[in-house]
Ligand binder design. Sequence first.
Ligand code: S3P
Length: 196
Amino acid sequence: MSAGSEKNIYLIGISGSGKSTVGEALASQLDWQFIDLDERIEYMTHQTIRRIFEEEGEEAFRMYEKAALMSTEKLRKTVVACGGGIILLPEIRQWLKKQATVWLQVSSDEAISRLGAEIKERPLLAAEGNPETTLRNILAERKPYYTAAAKYQVKTDNVDPMDVAFNIQMEMGFISDFDPSGFDDLFTKDDDDDEF
Ligand code: S3P
């Protein structure tokens, strides 16, 4: 993707990888719009994700997810945060590979700590057994799928979401090189400010 492109950016990764937080940061840095695909599914179906899983099951959810994803195709200048399981259907992996798709890499420990008590709110993680163990297993299973679907990859462990967003811009060539010397004035210490 070349600098200045208006094609959408799709963020993928396991729950807790920071897709929504980084997506909002990236959209604001680029002055683009931001869409959370789970919210779009809820808007389109008038149902919560939890209810879809409970009443119609995962297979139905994946179909809604695919429809919601495809509905973003006509948009431009949009950062889309996808649900963690978006990569499960082979045809979606192939489609994502042709887009500006970024995999937000996270260790399972970090994802678990970011999710905190919210881990029990994710239908797939809370379905059976221990949600932490389920997340570890799901991440291990899905890694090859994230690799197959993504054009770009960024690390997120111990990286501030604003910096992750900035790194995505660097990866994609939106920012060619960052030369901090041009910003010397911003960081010059004023000796009169000793009391601070
Ligand atoms: C899912 C992740 C969720 C949501 C749904 C299924 C998954 O999104 O789409 O509960 O299969 O991993 P987040 O990745 O935003 O938690």
